[in-house]
Write a new protein. Structure first.
Ligand SMILES: *[C@@H]1O[C@H](CO)[C@@H](O)[C@H](O)[C@H]1NC(C)=O
Ligand SMILES: *[C@@H]1O[C@H](CO)[C@@H](O)[C@H](O)[C@H]1NC(C)=O
Ligand SMILES: *[C@@H]1O[C@H](CO)[C@@H](O)[C@H](O)[C@H]1NC(C)=O
Ligand SMILES: *[C@@H]1O[C@H](CO)[C@@H](O)[C@H](O)[C@H]1NC(C)=O
Ligand SMILES: *[C@@H]1O[C@H](CO)[C@@H](O)[C@H](O)[C@H]1NC(C)=O
Ligand SMILES: *[C@@H]1O[C@H](CO)[C@@H](O)[C@H](O)[C@H]1NC(C)=O
Ligand SMILES: *[C@@H]1O[C@H](CO)[C@@H](O)[C@H](O)[C@H]1NC(C)=O
Ligand SMILES: *[C@@H]1O[C@H](CO)[C@@H](O)[C@H](O)[C@H]1NC(C)=O
Ligand SMILES: *[C@@H]1O[C@H](CO)[C@@H](O)[C@H](O)[C@H]1NC(C)=O
Ligand SMILES: *[C@@H]1O[C@H](CO)[C@@H](O)[C@H](O)[C@H]1NC(C)=O
Ligand SMILES: *[C@@H]1O[C@H](CO)[C@@H](O)[C@H](O)[C@H]1NC(C)=O
Ligand SMILES: *[C@@H]1O[C@H](CO)[C@@H](O)[C@H](O)[C@H]1NC(C)=O
Ligand SMILES: [Cu+2]
Length: 575
């Protein structure tokens, strides 16, 4: 198992997903790895409740994709469920392969029931942990899994070689059908029902009612070894703190880019972010157990989000010891920061520095200032709405709540049907200015539209994203498709264009694909538009995305042949 997949039938490759493919260490680099994703319903029981969920190959969480930097991935996705499906390979740059990016109605029409689509792309210049997830409605609630990118052959990590590597994927579980939850919320205008549990690798742990001992994640470790935890926040709506009692971590990577390592006892991670951290185990010779726990960071009103705690167990020298919920509940919970610990989050973001010599653009061709935040829409005349003051919740960027088109933007662009599908006048600055982090104006009405920003090929972009306090200041983890960006600055309150840029880090900023716009603050990023296509940018809190906190960048082709987007594959789904 794990030899170049071209030598093996697909069925053998699938059985390899759950092991760690030891032979991959010797496999050539630059190979093509084939995967087949059958999207199927699967009955899964959690917390005494059995539910039919959408899965990849019947697995929850989905199977691991393992590749080396430089490899090509060819993933055939076959839709056997009643819902429309599309899959996003979150964080993969998709250089000149925008047709494989995945967001429904942005780069492709969804894969309809009974149809299939082959995602075909290479991994260029990225090593670490990324992930895949469905990118249509709330299907990603159960359809997600890790993408593990190993260094090129004969290249090693810039840190101690880990003894073992372990994915740690946080998720969010509803007993109800999540499609019903989001459809009801959009219909009534109210916030969605809270989730019932958080999960670690699909398991909620013993602090929830009716959790069976099998529903707890257990990590068995040996003493005195270094473990690489590949952490992914796949939760729909919640940023999380994560901690293990009496242990510390060394953070070495964020969103598949290397960091200047730093120590911490508490990880903070937003939906959409990934991070590799080293865990050095203690020199304990007897058997011992420690709790690992995660719970949210939020500044939203109490009751409007799931404030429960998921725990798993770190077990030393455990030779299949008997496991009871009671024995686990007796262990001390690691002391996590307060749920509203905004200062911890601000400090955390400040610790991130890129390891490699930075390619951050030193000069800027195009500057943008976007407000991001919540808002509300008036209730339709013949309806009663359950959002704030009888309105419907909404969310926007520069006061525009983005409407998904009925055909994919990238197809429209490629086939010259732009005018019918989207407008190119997305505003570079807010249309009306106000004290974004002060008392909001009483008219929070937003307009709706399908508008994009057009960028010339290779333009350097600086974007300041300013959080607003409309309906409450919250952190918004903004995710950009098709690029990594450099986080050059952040602050609280309103961005000051006269004084803040002087403090930008243009030396060693972190390079990533998802960054939190701080609650009641701002963040500044830079990137180079070197990837032709149409690239979605959105809040990775799924309910904010559903409410319209999303927009797109249309990056034009360059002059040379290798600066152009190739034509779409022949099996690209149609609307
Ligand atoms: C799930 O359970 C239901 C009810 O028991 C059953 O009808 C259905 O066939 C099951 N689905 C799968 C995929 O096993
Ligand atoms: C994937 O893309 C490459 C490069 O365009 C092409 O050579 C190859 O045939 C494609 N593979 C499949 C299965 O579509
Ligand atoms: C864990 O840390 C606490 C507080 O620092 C300490 O009292 C306790 O002895 C430690 N337990 C173990 C098993 O290391
Ligand atoms: C969680 O939220 C509920 C409802 O607002 C509240 O009663 C409870 O105290 C909160 N629990 C924690 C741990 O914050
Ligand atoms: C956090 O919440 C607590 C109550 O749970 C409150 O006393 C405190 O003022 C809040 N802190 C911040 C920074 O909002
Ligand atoms: C944030 O960092 C500052 C400066 O290092 C420190 O004084 C403060 O205690 C930190 N706050 C939190 C919540 O960690
Ligand atoms: C409200 O009116 C619209 C258009 O007239 C109609 O499509 C919709 O079904 C009505 N909704 C309700 C709840 O009556
Ligand atoms: C609802 O309306 C009242 C009275 O106009 C106002 O004081 C309050 O701030 C509004 N609440 C929201 C959430 O908009
Ligand atoms: C904006 O509002 C905040 C919070 O009320 C206040 O502290 C700040 O002074 C205001 N800024 C301006 C420029 O009015
Ligand atoms: C909204 O604000 C404007 C001016 O800021 C004021 O004239 C108007 O009365 C306010 N409306 C409500 C409903 O508070
Ligand atoms: C992109 O622009 C930079 C200058 O900003 C230039 O050095 C570089 O050659 C350009 N790259 C391409 C591929 O055009
Ligand atoms: C699936 O997508 C097609 C094409 O956009 C659309 O016409 C159809 O209504 C969708 N079906 C469902 C069940 O959402
Ligand atoms: Cu958001």
């Amino acid at each position: 198992m794990g030899v170049p997949s071209t030598f093996l039938p697909a069925i053998l490759i699938i059985s390899c997903f759950m092991c760690f493919c030891p032979d991959l260490a010797n496999a050539a680099t630059g190979v093509t790895r084939h995967y087949k994703f059958n999207i199927r319903l699967q009955n899964v029981t959690r917390l005494c409740n059995t539910k039919s969920i959408i899965t990849v190959n019947g697995k929850f969480p989905g199977p691991r994709i393992i590749a080396r930097e430089g490899d090509r991935l060819v993933i055939k996705v076959v839709n056997h469920v009643p819902n429309n499906i599309s899959i996003h390979w979150h964080g993969i740059r998709q250089l000149r392969s925008g047709w494989a990016d995945g967001p429904a109605y942005i780069t492709q029409c969804p894969i309809q029931t009974g149809q299939s689509y082959v995602y075909n792309f290479t991994i260029i210049g990225q090593t670490g942990t990324l992930w895949y997830h469905a990118h249509v409605s709330w299907i990603r609630a159960t359809l997600y899994g890790p993408i593990i990118i190993l260094p090129r052959l004969n290249t090693s990590y810039p840190f101690v070689k880990p003894y073992k590597e372990v994915p740690i994927i946080f998720g969010e579980w509803w007993k109800a059908d999540t499609e019903a939850v989001i459809n009801q919320a959009l219909q009534t205008g109210a916030g969605p029902n809270n989730s019932d549990a958080y999960t670690i690798n699909g398991l909620p742990g013993p602090l929830y009612n009716c959790s069976s001992p099998k529903e707890t994640f257990r990590l068995n470790v040996k003493p005195g070894k270094t473990y690489l935890l590949r952490i992914i926040n796949a939760a729909l709506n919640d940023e999380l703190f994560f901690k293990i009692t009496n242990h510390t971590f060394t953070v070495v990577d964020a969103d598949a880019t290397y960091l200047k390592p730093f120590e911490t006892d508490t990880i903070y991670i937003t939906p959409g972010q990934t991070s590799n951290v080293l865990l050095k185990t203690k020199n304990i010779t007897s058997s011992a157990r420690f709790l690992m726990a995660a719970r949210p960071y939020s500044t939203a009103a109490a009751g409007t989000f799931d404030n429960t705690t998921v725990v798993g167990v770190l077990e030393y020298n455990n030779h299949n010891m008997q496991f009871s919920n009671a024995s686990i509940k007796g262990l001390p919970l690691p002391p996590l920061p307060a749920i509203n610990a905004t200062s911890y989050v601000a400090n955390w973001t400040n610790k991130f520095r890129g390891l490699q010599p930075s390619k951050v653009p030193q000069t800027v061709d195009n500057r943008y200032f976007f407000t991001v935040g919540l808002g509300s829409d008036p209730c339709p005349k013949n309806q009663t709405c359950q959002g704030p003051n009888g309105t419907k919740f909404s969310a926007s960027v520069n006061n525009i709540s983005f409407t998904l088109p009925t055909t994919a933007l990238l197809q429209a662009r490629f086939f010259g049907q732009t005018n019918k599908v989207f407008a190119t006048n997305f505003p570079a600055f807010p249309l009306s200015q106000f004290n974004y982090t002060g008392t909001p104006p009483n008219n929070t009405r937003v307009t709706h539209g399908t508008k994009v920003v057009v960028l010339p090929y290779n333009a350097t972009v600086e974007l300041v994203m300013q959080g607003t306090s409309i309906l409450g200041a919250e952190n918004h983890p903004l995710h950009l498709h098709g690029f990594n960006f450099y986080v050059v600055g952040q602050g609280t309150g309103n961005f000051n264009s006269a004084t803040d840029p002087a403090n930008f880090n243009l030396v060693d900023p972190v390079e990533r694909n998802t960054v939190g716009v701080p609650a009641g603050g701002w963040v500044a990023i830079r990137f180079r538009a070197d990837n032709p296509g149409v690239w979605f940018m959105h809040c990775h809190i799924e309910i904010h995305l559903s409410w319209g906190l999303r927009m797109a960048w249309a990056v034009m082709d360059g002059k040379l042949p290798n600066q152009k987007l190739p034509p779409p594959p022949s099996d690209l789904p149609k609307c």
